[in-house]
Write a protein that binds this ligand. Sequence first.
Ligand SMILES: Cc1cc2nc3c(=O)[nH]c(=O)nc-3n(C[C@H](O)[C@H](O)[C@H](O)COP(=O)(O)OP(=O)(O)OC[C@H]3O[C@@H](n4cnc5c(N)ncnc54)[C@H](O)[C@@H]3O)c2cc1C
Length: 300
Amino acid sequence: MANYKDALKEFFGEECLFNEPMNTHTTYRTGGPAEVYVYPQTPEQWAFVLKLAQAENIPLRVIGFGSNILVSGKGLGGITCSTKKMNRIVVDENRITAQAGAPLDKVCELACKAGLAGMEKLSGIPGSVGGAVFMNAGAYGQETADCLEYFDIIDWEGRPATLLKEDVKFAYRHVDGLPKCIILSAGFTLKPGDFTQLLAARSTVQHNRVAKQPLEFPSAGSVFKRPANDYASRLIDAAGLRGLSVGGAKVSEKHAGFIVNFNHASAQDIKTLMDQVRQKVKAQFGVELELEQILWGDFE
Ligand SMILES: Cc1cc2nc3c(=O)[nH]c(=O)nc-3n(C[C@H](O)[C@H](O)[C@H](O)COP(=O)(O)OP(=O)(O)OC[C@H]3O[C@@H](n4cnc5c(N)ncnc54)[C@H](O)[C@@H]3O)c2cc1C
């Protein structure tokens, strides 16, 4: 047990960091240090770290671009694995294969430029391909699962496998039936389209995002899932919570569905504000807002 860090350092060298500040790896730009932070890239490297974590009973997490995660200020024990250095994208006729750490937006851009339709509305989502598959990220009526054909995984015991889209059930911002695994890469099948129109659609989406979202501040996008037949942002707004703040965190004045880190917010500021928003919306409208964002580590 005492030596698992030495074993990782010996195996990963410079790709293994200790006490790595998570504010540099999350779009909220807050969060304490990860005890161990590694960049596995090959299936063999993943198998090594997964098997070690299993054998030593060490908690293990995987992070893409940290654009949907709030990390506690107390940091993260155990091993945090980043996919960021696995970023190859291959376009081949109407198929795109991308490694988990490739930016989803880059895949969208290449698809549009190649005249391939089906992902243009996902433009601007600031996540990785692995994070997008795991969350079934979506926007403007398109979801990651729509054009997904298959994805390669490695399970918690270090065994690789390929899953077809039909092997799991993609739902709104989550996937049912996904085994505990790391997504290593994904294959998308797209439809032929007109690249001028696709680039125009991409540009419209990009403009809408800039116009409607508080991109000038760190955030992790929509805090809550859309409740049935409504919008979280509408309820938050109707409850008069736009601009409500805790420490350096506030409900965005531009888009009430976002919490922004406007002034060196601690992760606890953001968590406390999330709780206040949920309580007030519940008290006023009886609606239980469900978190879309994922909390890592200990909070009050
Ligand atoms: C400004 C802004 C706008 C946004 N707009 C949208 C939007 O329009 N639509 C939308 O759906 N989301 C949106 N998001 C949220 C976010 O970008 C998506 O949820 C995205 O898919 C998360 O990807 P990520 O790589 O950042 O994942 P992370 O935040 O790093 O991780 C999220 C979860 O995925 C898991 N995960 C990540 N990679 C892997 C992998 N390779 N294998 C297994 N599990 C993995 C993590 O363990 C974690 O549980 C927005 C965020 C921001 C900051």
